[in-house]
Write a protein that binds this ligand. Structure first.
Ligand SMILES: Cc1ncc(COP(=O)(O)O)c(C=O)c1O
Length: 395
């Protein structure tokens, strides 16, 4: 290959997303309603999600057309380049050819706008003028504010309080795109007020911010909720990444033997991998490697099951378990005595603790459907580490 970067022209941008659900040997288990334990129907989700997104969530259609208006916004940074990582190849002294799909070209700087834009668009088409969401480090919040700006919509973002203070520039980006950003937990919502009453210094967590954003959508007719990862329709929108990559590989006469991605909620990995998983289902020999942070492993630990209890308690504990938080919030044993630092177990052990019953969140079964647990995006895992090619990497 002569050039390091492989480009497609704008006219080669995919015009439909690929829906892996159409090709799965068995359908994924449905989300259950936390009150009835019965499969949720569209009516259960309509108070918080746009109808079209609910339809996509359960769609069995293989191809779903990308609306023209969404393609027009995508065209600001898409198709994104496929880049040969020659420096990494050299550093690893590997004969392998390593490529990465560079999603940093989007104005907010990540893959998140690939789904933020259609989510804003479908809501706008249904007469919704305000979206609510949560954000940890600010990537998803900024992507959604960016998307809302295109469709003249308001955006309400609950940002995990500790990140709100640590990442003022992400907050500024959201403001520039017209977003309204509130540190979470806040006094805006019943959920936030409850948490603050129990712990006025609570630094927040993604779970708490989700509760606030969902509550705002559920209690305001003009507002719907959006999620930046995890759900089927989010994975669907992100397949634009892998569909472009397939064409780029064709152009250079190469094809991947191994597809690798990092997994927080799964959306960039799914976006790149799903079109290649289709090829694997057709018989092609491709290996898939999903890399998770050890500090919040969302695939290799925990149990794959429905779990309607314990979200807030476990999230709170998870926060307390992070090294940076130990001094301010030492973990305590059953009698309330602080546990010496050396004995403060890692996050894994805490996650496997038996959940305590707390108010079940509406989104909980959706979020847990794939792995049995909620996930925290990388920005919330301060003090953690992740693995790249088997090596531990400090954040
Ligand atoms: C830039 C970036 N990459 C990856 C992730 C992980 O999320 P996902 O697994 O949904 O791609 C995030 C999450 O916020 C992110 O902001």
């Amino acid at each position: 290959m002569s050039s390091k970067r492989v480009f497609l022209s704008e006219s080669e941008m995919p015009t439909a997303w690929y829906n892996l659900q159409a090709d799965l040997p068995q359908p994924v288990p449905p989300p259950l309603h936390p009150a009835t334990n019965q499969p949720m129907g569209p009516a259960d989700l309509e108070p918080i999600f746009a109808k079209e997104l609910i339809a996509q969530e359960v769609s069995q259609e293989r191809w779903i057309e990308i609306p023209r208006a969404v393609q027009d916004v995508y065209a600001i940074w898409r198709p994104s380049p496929l880049v040969r990582a020659t420096g990494l190849e050299k550093a690893l002294r590997t004969p392998a050819r390593i490529y990465f799909k560079d999603e940093s070209h989007s104005p907010p700087g990540s893959h998140k706008p690939n789904t933020a834009v259609p989510q804003a668009y479908y809501n706008k088409m249904e007469g919704i003028n305000r979206l609510s969401t949560e954000t940890g480090a600010g990537q998803w919040g900024s992507a959604l504010c960016f998307a809302c700006a295109f469709f003249d919509m308001k955006c309400k973002v609950y940002m995990v309080k500790v990140s709100y203070h640590q990442k003022p520039y992400r907050r500024s980006m959201m403001h520039i795109w017209g977003g309204d950003v509130t540190p979470s937990p806040s006094t805006d919502t019943h959920a936030g007020r409850q948490i603050l009453a129990a712990d006025p210094d609570c630094p927040g967590s993604l779970g708490i911010a989700i509760s606030e954003a969902v509550e705002v959508a559920a209690t305001h007719d003009d507002t719907k909720y959006t999620l930046g990862s995890v759900l089927n329709h989010v994975m669907l929108h992100q397949t634009v990444i892998g569909l472009e990559a397939e064409k780029q590989f064709e152009l250079i006469g190469d094809s991947p033997d191994v597809v690798i991605g990092c997994v927080g909620g799964g959306s960039n990995f799914a976006g790149l991998a799903f079109p290649f998983i289709r090829r694997k289902l057709e018989g092609k020999d491709i290996r898939f490697v999903a890399c998770e942070p050890c500090s919040c492993p969302s695939m290799s630990r925990g149990q794959y099951r429905y779990d309607f209890g314990g979200q807030a308690v476990r999230r709170h504990r998870r926060h307390h378990s992070r090294p940076g938080n130990l001094a301010r919030h030492p973990r305590r044993d059953r009698r309330g005595h602080p546990v010496p630092q050396g004995e403060q177990g890692g996050v894994h052990r805490l996650q496997l603790q038996r959940p305590r019953p707390v108010r079940p969140g509406l989104l909980r079964p959706l979020l847990q459907r794939r792995t049995g647990r909620l996930r925290i995006p990388p920005g919330e895992n301060r003090g953690g580490h992740r693995r790249v090619a088997g090596h531990r990497v400090d954040k």
